[in-house]
Design a protein around this ligand. Structure first.
Ligand code: 4AD
Ligand code: MG
Length: 432
């Protein structure tokens, strides 16, 4: 007889089943021992009756601790009182490894859980997040591949900055200076569109963010795309399409996980069904003044507090476009005649989850890029490989990056971005 998963056993609902997994909960009396068995699919109550076992066997059963790994066989039947509505009367069992006293049982401090992250992964909430995370990654790949994009890979060791020097991680690269961990794939993606035209990736990105917030990691995963011939409005459509596709996949495939995370799916559905509101930076300032009583001086970047106020007015992400040039990166295209404005975009998630996508149409004027690099204190020589993209057959093109953990934190309704990744890295946390 082959092993069934817990979920398969529950679906079968009657007859003999053979299972394996871990003891999620245990309690005993002098007649019975109850365990809740856990595997990657679900949990299931299993009961041992003392009268069926000899003294030696009963001792083994009675001493079973949480997280012991076991195999067992028995009859499954419906039982409304059991946590998942079914129960197994155990007839045969084998302990694979008798667990030591598991440290994570009663209320533990956040720090203690973080120090024991490797064990905390087994919790039902963490497992549910990890399953949703897996769906999100799959959805990103499917979305871009369905649109004919190639998966393309850029280096992690880079000798350039793209998103400002203040968040660069220096690397001790043998004896060399001026080597950093990738903030983004972008400067190595733009050269590749001349070969592949439409490309995407999901890759780790690194930001030495000194700010300790619930939205910042130092190591994050970024989904990025870049496309030749793509202009600004198509870029916005592509980002909206991606978020809708991810959300639809999770809401259809992870109902159970969203329930375990106590996430109200009604808050996620508008993202699938409704078009996202689009507004320019100027319109955003207007709205902030009229609806939120906040006056922002033109030219100032939108801060977290303003993004939160704006996004609270909507139940889908909002798309804010056409920012002042001076608050955005050197590679963003000027907006036609209005050279104070660039074709940059931020997608801001609902419910205060912040900026989930940042992107732009790319500047094609070589002189303008060089000028802005110098303004940022950079030596254009270092960027020769990048600037060559504007020398040999330059075409209009656009791209964006999506912070995968921010999207997961929003979908799962997490209080902190740290819980959107297995082993978070922040200013103060780099272990285990
Ligand atoms: O807006 P950003 O900085 O854009 C870029 O890096 C572009 N070069 C992307 C591109 O056009 N190919 O970063 C993109 C997204 C942000 O919108 C945010 O969601 C996420 O990456 N992000 C972070 N997420 C968690 N922790 C951090 N420290 C993050 N920094 C950026
Ligand atoms: Mg940004």
């Amino acid at each position: 007889m082959t092993y069934l998963s817990v979920e398969e056993a529950i679906k079968k609902g009657k007859g003999i089943v053979k299972l394996r997994g871990w003891v999620h909960r245990e309690r005993g009396s002098n007649q019975f021992k109850f365990i809740v068995l856990r595997d990657n699919t679900n949990i299931l109550q299993c009961v041992f009756k003392k009268e069926k076992y000899n003294n030696k066997e009963w001792e083994d059963i009675d001493k079973l601790l949480v997280e012991s790994s076991v195999e067992l066989e028995g009859k499954i039947h419906e039982d409304k009182r059991a946590p998942t509505g079914y129960e197994v009367q155990v007839e045969k069992f084998k302990v694979i490894q008798r667990s030591e006293d598991f440290p994570l049982q009663k209320d533990q401090s956040v720090e203690f859980l973080a120090d024991n992250r490797h064990l905390w992964l087994r919790s039902r909430k963490m497992t549910s997040m990890l399953k949703i995370r897996s769906t999100v990654f799959r959805a990103i790949h499917d979305y871009f591949r369905n649109l004919g994009y190639y998966e393309y890979h850029s280096p992690i060791f880079q000798a350039v900055q793209c998103e400002g020097g203040s968040t660069l991680f220096d690397v001790a690269y043998f004896k060399q200076k001026g080597v950093f961990l990738a903030q983004t794939w972008q400067l190595y993606a733009e050269p590749a569109i001349f070969a592949l035209e439409k490309i995407y990736t999901i890759s780790p990105a690194f930001r030495a963010e000194k700010s300790k917030t619930s939205r910042h990691l130092t190591e994050l995963w970024m989904a990025e795309m870049e496309a030749a011939w793509m202009e600004f409005d198509d870029l916005l459509d592509n980002g909206e399409g991606l978020l809708k596709y991810i959300m639809k996949e999770v809401v259809t495939k992870n109902k159970e996980e969203l329930k375990i995370l106590e996430r109200d799916v009604k808050k996620l559905e508008p993202t699938i069904k409704k078009p996202f509101t689009r507004m320019t930076y100027d319109q955003a300032l207007d709205l902030l003044k009229k609806k939120c009583g906040m006056t922002i001086e033109w030219g100032k970047d939108l801060r977290t507090i303003e993004e939160d106020k704006l996004s609270a007015l909507y139940d889908t992400p909002i798309i804010v476009t056409r920012y002042p040039k001076k608050v955005k990166a050197f590679y963003m295209k000027e907006d036609g005649k209005m050279n104070k404005i660039v074709l940059g975009v931020d997608f801001i998630a609902p419910e205060g989850y912040g900026e989930i996508i940042g992107g732009s149409e790319r500047e094609s004027n070589l002189k303008e890029i060089e000028r802005r690099l110098k303004e940022e204190g950079e030596n254009p020589e270092q960027y020769k490989f990048y600037l060559d993209t504007r020398r040999y057959g330059s075409v209009p093109h656009s791209g964006f990056g999506m912070g995968v953990e921010r999207v997961i934190a929003w979908i799962c309704g997490l209080d902190n971005i740290k819980d959107a990744i297995a082993f978070p890295r922040t200013t103060t946390r780099f272990k285990p």
